[in-house]
Design a protein around this ligand. Sequence first.
Ligand SMILES: C[S@@+](CC[C@H](N)C(=O)[O-])C[C@H]1O[C@@H](n2cnc3c(N)ncnc32)[C@H](O)[C@@H]1O
Length: 217
Amino acid sequence: MKLKEEDIIKFYGGENPELFEIERRCMDRDGKVLEYLQNNLPFGKILDIGAGNGYTAEKLQHPQRQIIALEPDSKMIDPSKDLIWIKGVAQSLPFHDKIFDAIYSTWAFFFPDMGTEMIDKGVNEIERVIKPNSKIFIVDNAGDDEFSSFSEKYIGNTKQDFVYWDQKGFKKTIIQTHFKFDSVNEAQRLFGFYFGEKGKLVNKTDIEYNVAVYEKG
Ligand SMILES: C[S@@+](CC[C@H](N)C(=O)[O-])C[C@H]1O[C@@H](n2cnc3c(N)ncnc32)[C@H](O)[C@@H]1O
């Protein structure tokens, strides 16, 4: 099936894999988000929405988990990773009803600035393809941390976003983690890319970073 350009959120990782490698290696360097998912994801057939290059899915692999990595950008898909790759978008999942034992999405599609109408589409699709009462995890920036202080505009979740997920029956857990870079230069490269001039002024390798996990089921 051909995907529509307008359904795909532009992401830099396919064009600039070197920078994305820094992001993936250094954000949550201690693996606290992965640990949370590892401990709370059940076994069975699991869907990763917006899997990127499969970094998270690969780490959550287990002999009793079959992880399907859904990703719309061919440049992000890494076939060398031993995952089942499917090309597709969150708002129109290419699966039959009620087949997944759990679904998660890390920093993909369910961004607050997408607007509730778009996010509703993704949530409705999740509810359609997941087995009743099964686990859903949506992971995103939580804001209110050192990381966000580099941004001129708001990042992460306001009270309004928490209310959105709460109304959909999701509970929220905040994970306090860190960006940890190998050098200040590396921090400046990534934060300069994210935040412009202000980001280039970062002068340390360890930056506090809060992550929200919205969870249901
Ligand atoms: C910030 S990356 C996160 C990748 C991965 N989940 C991770 O944690 O490393 C966001 C990913 O969402 C993908 N994406 C863009 N539009 C999407 C859509 N409509 N539905 C699902 N994923 C989408 C992008 O191509 C990109 O790979």
